[in-house]
Design a protein around this ligand. Structure first.
Ligand code: URA
Length: 243
């Protein structure tokens, strides 16, 4: 079924999907003779494209059809995880260049949290990664006030009550340093509102810094500076789908 739809994709629609342009922009490019199928200039917007096989170029650039787009962002502090916001800058405002329509952040990080954020238009994958049923592990690096030790680890492991209807699922606390200010990594399989902050609050600490390092098999690329974005590799996409 999907293949039939693919075979009948109009050239103007193909350009819109790949370049993220409007239908009228696509038609203008076609009319201006800037779009080729193989060696042939195509002037008809209704020309039928097989996106899997046809070699379409626009302005000399080969266009690869991908139904879904998967972007890794190192979310910086100070922007909100939303597609639109009346007041604050959103993670979507940080995207430059042409992208697929319908992109959204898969999961939410607080405004003052940084780190790994997946932005995609693949609703099915996003749902699977976020659904509590699938227990996808997220790892966060935290800096907190006060000492942390075995007692806090046991509380995290026990499935804490942080005032919601249900207690949390067991979480893992790996302590890196403990003192007036402590550092740790926390592994959780849910994504409740302000979850990490509330977990530490419940054991008498305050989160000073919070950064997501991984989500399932997807690990934040250490080369990505806050605010930077890159496409996921084929391997990363494949592994994420197996999560
Ligand atoms: N837990 C939090 O408290 N905040 C986040 O942004 C993510 C997890």
């Amino acid at each position: 079924m999907e293949m039939d739809v693919m075979k009948t994709l109009r050239l103007d629609k193909f350009l819109c999907d790949v370049l993220g342009c409007t239908r009228s922009e696509a038609r203008k490019m076609i009319r201006q003779g800037r779009v080729l199928a193989g060696d042939e200039i195509i002037k008809k917007p209704e020309y039928k494209v097989n996106p899997e096989e046809d070699e379409i170029t626009a302005d000399g650039q080969r266009l690869n059809f991908r139904k879904y787009e998967y972007l890794m962002m190192n979310k910086p502090k100070g922007v909100v995880t939303a597609t639109k916001d009346g007041r604050d800058k959103t993670v979507m405002d940080l995207l430059t260049g042409r992208h697929r329509k319908g992109l959204f952040p898969a999961g939410r990080l607080d405004k003052d949290t940084e780190g790994l954020l997946l932005i995609t238009n693949d609703g099915e994958l996003a749902h699977r990664l976020l659904s509590p049923k699938h227990h996808v592990t997220k790892c966060y690096s935290v800096t907190v006030t006060g000492e942390i030790g075995r007692e806090q680890q046991e509380i995290f492991e026990s499935g804490m009550d942080i005032g919601d209807d249900k207690p949390l699922k067991p979480a893992k606390l790996v302590i890196l340093t403990s003192g007036e200010v402590s550092q740790a990594e926390v592994f959780i399989t849910e994504g409740r509102f302000h979850q990490i902050k509330r977990m530490f609050e419940a054991v008498g600490s305050k989160v000073l810094e919070l950064k997501r390092l991984s989500m399932g098999s997807l690990v934040l690329d250490p080369e990505l500076l806050p605010g930077q974005v890159r496409e996921l590799t084929e391997e990363e996409i494949k592994c994420l789908k197996e999560n």
